[in-house]
Design a protein around this ligand. Structure first.
Ligand code: MG
Length: 413
């Protein structure tokens, strides 16, 4: 083969550079590659604790490949990093290229902290389902070593997967059962533009945005706490129809003075992470709704406090003396109505259903959780978790940000 033919013939070489990261390393390596007219077919880098792993797949004429490797090797020695070269055949390269366009998924794993046991179980599911892992990204900040910081700590890792799961339903239920068993939360989502451009989030109110059931608070003050609580719990477990239970509970509140509502509102415990989540999503242009089987009064209070765009809940009837009549006004917002409202708001806001998120804890949230593009059961009753595709049980409401791909480092707090 003469020099001209050698110059035309191209080689594919994968270079892996590992060692202590230092400024200018990539620039130095690229300088050498540029000198020999190498094409960069792929490049990727991971940096952990100042130790880098840089991969560059180059295509360079056979004539120059020896010099490229020699110079990169010299430079690596000078920079105290390791380099290895692997020749790639054109067949191997093409079969890798043909994997392009395959389905992509995002698997998010979060918890108060993440352990090898948890990530190992996740990696097993990924392997069983025949996925390739394209990348692994830590979304949470670097964890501190001090134990006392653990109370509010959170950790999150996002896997980017390529391929088609062997059995998507089986995978989803396996992930949900592992989450429960190993004290973590997972979400498995198709990676597409909708996933990156969600626009509307609908929250349940009682036991989701706030850590109480307002109807129980009212009942306690009306002296019918135990009776109402028993009906609430039974309804949330899905044992009795929501509308029926609602009517029965409201009837028990007859005669209660409306002033107690303000007092309850002023003392409502807002769920950990709720304010951070809402503030962040608002800053990125999300529309925010409360769709509640509870009461409008408390929904409006939260709307004012948190800057919420839409509130749909139930209106209690009040007589001329400022006492509850034991009746409500208009249609009850039940599970079916919540889903209808989500669909309506999406239409009004001109967002695709795939761009919507719903978060709730009760059986009456299930219809909206399954309709939304991303339905999240939040610290939910077992029956709700069992029917949900993803849940958050280990950390606060701002865990939703991780499912949306927000890194802590993007956010100020
Ligand atoms: Mg609820």
């Amino acid at each position: 083969m003469n020099e001209l033919e050698k110059d035309k013939k191209q080689e594919l070489i994968l270079m892996n550079i590992t060692g202590n990261d230092r400024p200018g390393l990539t620039a130095d390596i690229m300088g050498i590659l540029a000198k020999y007219d190498a094409k960069v077919m792929d490049i990727g880098q991971a940096d952990i604790h100042n130790t880098l792993s840089l991969g560059i797949l180059i295509r360079v004429s056979e004539n120059n490949s020896g010099n490229v490797m020699k110079e990169v090797l010299f430079k690596s020695t000078e920079l105290h990093v390791n380099v290895s070269f692997s020749p790639i055949t054109e067949e191997d390269y093409m079969s890798w290229v043909n994997l392009q366009g395959k389905n992509r998924y995002i698997l998010t794993v979060l918890g108060r902290h993440l352990e090898a046991k948890q990530l190992g179980a996740i990696a097993n599911v990924i392997a069983e389902q025949g996925f390739n892992i394209d990348s692994i990204l830590r979304l949470s900040g670097r964890p501190h070593l001090e134990q006392n910081a653990e109370e509010k700590s959170r950790a999150c890792v996002e896997f980017s997967l390529r391929g088609t799961p062997k059995d998507k339903d089986e995978m989803q239920s396996k992930l949900m059962s592992l989450s429960k068993e190993l004290d973590m939360d997972t979400s498995f989502q198709k990676d597409n533009m909708f996933r990156r451009m969600r626009r509307l989030i609908c929250f349940d109110m009682d036991s989701t945005l706030i850590q109480t059931e307002c109807i129980d608070e009212l009942a306690m003050r009306a002296g019918v706490g135990d009776q109402v609580k028993a009906i609430t719990e039974s309804a949330m477990r899905g044992e009795i129809d929501f509308k029926e239970s609602f009517t029965r509970r409201v009837a028990l509140l007859k005669g209660l003075d409306v002033n107690v509502m303000q007092e309850i509102a002023d003392n409502m415990p807002i769920t950990e992470g709720a304010e951070r989540l809402i503030k962040t999503l608002k800053a990125y242009g999300y529309k925010i709704a409360i769709l509640s089987g509870g009461f409008t009064f408390f929904g409006k209070y939260l709307q004012e406090k948190l800057g919420i765009d839409y509130v749909y809940a139930n209106e209690l009837e009040i007589d001329e003396n400022g006492k509850l009549t034991g009746k409500y006004v208009g249609e009850v917002v039940d599970g079916k109505r919540k889903a209808e409202l989500l669909r309506l708001i999406a239409q009004v806001e001109k967002v695709d259903l795939q761009q919507t998120i719903a978060v709730g804890d009760g059986a009456n949230d299930l219809p909206m959780l399954s309709l939304a593009g991303l339905g999240i059961a939040f610290h939910a009753k077992p029956r709700v978790v069992a029917s949900a595709k993803q849940s958050i049980n280990t950390i606060g409401l701002d865990g939703v940000l991780y499912f949306l791909g927000f890194k802590d480092s993007y956010l100020k707090n």
